[in-house]
Write a new protein. Structure first.
Length: 334
């Protein structure tokens, strides 16, 4: 586990930050609203003093995970996570009713899940909801969680009766994929599982290299009419280090850029990667690399977060500071 605490998280539209006592008015605007709190476990706040009491009780340490959800500088909700055992965390959230139906909760939840698994080191993150609030379950599914069943008599809402709560969860394996490296003897002799091409563009196997944390890089040449014009990397692994680098990397020689070759090469490799067990890729790029952003978005990439690279990461030591982290679904027949 990594005691990273509540660090700022940025998404496409939101900023998640630490709460302050001065946020009491904003917190009361939703925590004091009966419709907002109908399915919450805590009692509806009767005054700003209740919100202030809650905020004073939040003691930020390196083991605390509690964020305010901010949109264009305005606080519109909160989201927090709580340790449940050595490697699990339970997450809960609330959003001001005026902002429902716009995808903000899903956006915040996805980013927090990635932070908890990739940065904090949890293996499993789960959430439950009041049985009368199926919309919350849909949010959890959209955030990548999977329905696991019902916890009988799990929670007491508003101090009243115990309720059976639907349970959803996501694991590190769900984020990094279920794919596994090829057997040792195949790594030593080379493997052509991913060799192939389409039209005048092709890719060919070069090598498989073992990396720290049990990762394996598969390296390929990207060829145009038989001439190498770039490089493609596919990595099997699930480490925090790999998260910021991405499971797929590519480069195209400068004179061949602007023709969509990187996008085409990644698409060509998808069917074979799917067969190897990948359901999605994590792909990252620097915020200022407009061409790479366009490539990833053309691949259907979904921006999960704009992440600060940890100071101990080798990318940080090389001078990089921020990565845009995307998920790209791997299609069987792309």
């Amino acid at each position: 586990m990594n005691n990273v605490g509540t660090s700022p998280i940025r998404t496409q539209r939101l900023e998640l930050r630490r709460l302050k006592v001065s946020d009491a008015g904003a917190v009361f605007s939703w925590a004091g609203n009966e419709e907002n709190t109908k399915y919450m476990s805590f009692k509806t706040h009767s005054s700003i003093a209740d919100a202030q009491k809650f905020l004073r009780a939040v003691k930020y340490t390196r083991k605390t995970f509690e964020w305010g959800i901010s949109l264009d500088g305005k606080l519109i909700g909160s989201i927090g996570a709580y340790r449940r055992g050595a490697y699990s965390a339970e997450v809960g959230y609330i959003l001001h009713r005026d902002y429902w139906g716009k995808g903000y909760t899903t956006e915040a939840l996805k980013a927090v899940v990635h932070y908890l698994i990739a940065d904090a080191g949890f293996n499993r993150v789960f959430a439950c909801h009041h049985p009368g609030n199926p919309a919350s379950g849909r949010v959890q599914v959209k955030a990548g969680m999977k329905y696991e069943g019902v916890m009988r008599g799990h929670a007491k809402f508003k101090g009243k009766e115990f309720a059976d709560t639907p349970l959803y969860a996501i694991t590190a394996e769900d984020i990094f994929g279920h794919a596994r490296p090829l057997p040792e003897n195949e790594l030593q002799t080379g493997h052509s599982l991913f060799s192939g091409g389409a039209g005048d563009l092709s890719y060919s196997y070069v090598s498989a290299e073992k990396e720290p944390d049990n990762e394996v890089d598969y390296n390929y040449d990207i060829n145009l009419n038989g001439k190498k014009i770039g490089h493609l990397r596919l990595t099997f692994g699930s480490s925090r280090s790999l998260y910021y680098l991405g499971q797929v990397g590519y480069t195209i020689e400068e004179k061949y850029r602007g023709n969509g070759y990187a996008q085409k090469a990644v698409r060509m490799i998808m069917p074979a990667a799917y067969a190897a067990g990948f359901e999605r890729f994590i792909i990252t790029c620097n915020p200022g690399n407009a061409a790479s952003v366009k490539t990833i978005e053309n691949l259907g990439g979904e921006l999960i977060r704009i992440a600060d690279i940890p100071k101990g990461h080798y990318l940080y030591k090389q001078g990089e500071r921020v990565k845009r982290v995307y998920e790209v679904r791997v299609m069987k027949n792309d």
